[in-house]
Design a protein around this ligand. Structure first.
Ligand SMILES: NC(=O)C1=CN([C@@H]2O[C@H](COP(=O)(O)OP(=O)(O)OC[C@H]3O[C@@H](n4cnc5c(N)ncnc54)[C@H](OP(=O)(O)O)[C@@H]3O)[C@@H](O)[C@H]2O)C=CC1
Ligand SMILES: O=C1O[C@H](COP(=O)(O)O)[C@@H](O)[C@H](O)[C@H]1O
Length: 523
């Protein structure tokens, strides 16, 4: 937990927090209905996010939460569990008055998602809460459930008259994975958009809620020294890495259906890529931004089976170490079959076929049980002509611009300078901006921002259907090729940087994977 106390003087006796954030004039009054209210996501992410929003006065005054699960429990039991989750996972310390204010608006309902009588009871209960909290029929239905329930829940919400009420708004927030391939995603989308209009469908990619992802556009389009050189004339290659030290943990049964390709590449990695590569939108309007992102996805080089073999590497961790301790291989993890061929690592070289990026490879890599946790976008610039400092060529390092997404958030820039005191020695030096270093900004969590935006009706940080469709098209070709071959797994030990083939993928182009580590030099 990141601790951060709320100054006492900002809280009144009723537990309201002084409003130091600009409020919007949209009608945000509503009931948030969470399907999957007893699940891991709700406890670890959603409830702490609501508490953080309450602390920063971003929750509407007229507001209530109804959490739905299968387990029997009273409102009091449920509130107690939520209290513990907030204590463990919220970025603000637990403050009694703020909690008191929030907890009295949280309710628990028990029913099976497939059971019509549950929805009849829910519709009635929500109406009663509308009267108590003046929430005017507005709803956010958050589907924090396994994907097989997405369709049935939205259909039953419609059948029981809880959607498309003309005098109020209803929105659906839908967790990933959105389908398991293009065809199943299309079927799911048809079901959902048959009930919720596209503008009321909030498909979640939680990476879009991360502070530094929102910063990518600002860094690119608000800086004169960057935008003119953000293209193939000046950039040699771009590396997008998202590595984790953790293994699959207790999510083996889900992960077996996904693997790193569906779990990370289809969504988070491609979102990082589109924000890095997109053209400046005509305005900051939601659709203008989404249009530019879709253009990038539609210009991704189309993979053939041959190209997949050449430009895509998959890996699976075997036993090894994590933070100095021995850990099992993926095939020995809970709920993973011993002969599993599911990938826990993917590296891809991809080209974007447009005027800005022709000839600039984008190297993408993501994996579990890597030696470090880091999400970074590294832009490696081209070298200057070897004229003035030709003699010192070996000493000249590439200019690097690194957008550090997590765990450290910031921007790092590496350039060459004369070594102080030396006659003719050139050394790489760094400028490093960190926005979440200790005692500085306590950045909002991704889910906090996403819930806040859904309340305000702003869908910019959610994925539009055509983005999802293009992403599936891209990964489907890879998955189809992989199905034709049996991989030689495991091919990297836990705690290493992935399989040897990933090194070869980049080294055959005369490049190497870069990572900006704690010592602030690329390693
Ligand atoms: N956990 C995470 O960190 C992340 C999760 N996600 C996505 O979020 C979604 C939820 O994940 P997670 O919270 O981990 O899942 P869990 O398995 O922890 O929770 C599932 C929830 O659904 C409820 N549920 C399941 N079946 C039924 C049913 N038939 N009727 C009523 N309730 C039911 C469970 O209730 P009960 O327990 O009472 O039976 C529980 O509240 C998934 O789509 C996942 O992919 C996405 C990103 C991260
Ligand atoms: O969506 C997912 O993301 C997490 C990584 O998220 P982060 O915010 O910690 O970078 C990943 O562990 C998980 O497998 C995946 O489902």
């Amino acid at each position: 937990m990141i601790e951060n106390s709320l100054p006492e003087h900002l809280i009144d006796n009723a537990g309201n927090v002084f409003n130091f954030i600009n409020s919007t004039d949209t009608d945000t009054s509503c009931i948030l209905v969470i399907f999957g209210g007893t699940g891991d996501l709700t406890h670890r992410k959603l409830m702490p996010a609501l508490y953080n929003l309450q602390c920063t006065q971003k929750l509407p005054g007229n507001f209530a939460v109804v959490a739905i699960g299968r387990r029997e429990k009273s409102n009091e039991d449920y509130r107690y569990e939520v209290y513990n989750s907030i204590k463990n996972f919220a970025r603000f310390d637990m403050h009694a008055k703020v909690w008191q204010n929030l907890q009295q608006k949280i309710y628990y309902q028990r029913f099976n998602f497939t059971d019509d009588s549950g929805y009849i009871g829910l519709a009635d209960f929500l109406q009663r809460l509308d009267e108590r909290y003046q929430t005017r029929g507005n709803r956010i239905f958050y589907l924090a459930v396994a994907p097989e329930y997405f369709g049935v829940i939205v259909e039953k919400l419609q059948a029981h008259g809880m959607v498309r009420n003309k005098t109020s708004w209803q929105r659906a927030m839908i967790e990933k994975p959105f389908g398991r391939d293009l065809s199943s995603a299309r079927q799911l989308n048809k079901k959902i958009t048959g009930v919720f209009a596209e503008k009321n469908t909030y498909r979640i990619d939680h990476y879009l809620g991360k502070e530094m992802l929102q910063n990518i556009m600002v860094i690119r389009f608000a800086n004169m020294f960057l935008e003119p050189i953000w293209n193939n004339q000046f950039i040699d290659n771009i590396q997008i890495t998202s590595c984790e030290m953790v293994g699959v943990e207790n999510r083996g049964s889900y992960y077996e259906q996904a693997g790193a390709l569906l779990d990370m590449v289809q969504n988070h990695m491609l979102q990082l890529l589109t924000l890095t590569a997109m053209e400046p939108p005509a305005s900051l309007n939601t659709e203008a931004i989404r249009n530019e992102k879709v253009k990038v996805l539609s210009t991704l080089q189309e993979f053939t089976p041959d190209l997949v073999q050449k430009n895509v590497v998959r890996g699976q961790y075997g036993s090894g170490t994590a933070q100095g301790k021995p850990v099992p291989g993926y095939r020995q993890e809970e709920l993973v079959p011993p002969g599993s061929n599911t990938e826990t690592f993917v590296a891809i070289k991809v080209n974007i076929e447009n005027f800005r990026w022709a000839g600039v490879p984008f190297y993408i890599r993501t994996g579990k049980r890597m030696p470090f946790k880091a999400t970074q976008i590294i832009v490696q610039f081209k070298s200057l002509p070897p004229i003035l400092y030709a003699r010192l060529n070996g000493q000249l390092h590439s200019n690097l611009l690194v957008i550090k997404i997590q765990p450290q958030e910031g921007v790092f820039f590496q350039f060459n300078a004369k070594k102080p005191g030396a006659q003719s020695q050139i050394v790489p030096v760094q400028m490093d901006f960190c926005q979440n270093c200790p005692d500085e900004l306590n950045s909002p969590e991704a889910y906090e921002r996403l819930l806040f935006d859904a309340l305000r009706g702003d869908s910019t940080l959610f994925t539009r259907w055509d983005e999802v469709e293009h992403s599936w098209r891209f990964v489907d070709t890879i998955a189809a090729t992989w199905r034709q071959y049996t991989p030689d797994f495991p091919n990297y030990p836990a705690g290493h940087r992935g399989p040897r083939a990933a090194e070869e993928l980049i080294s055959r182009d005369g490049r190497e994977w870069l990572h900006i580590g704690k010592q602030q030099r690329y390693v």
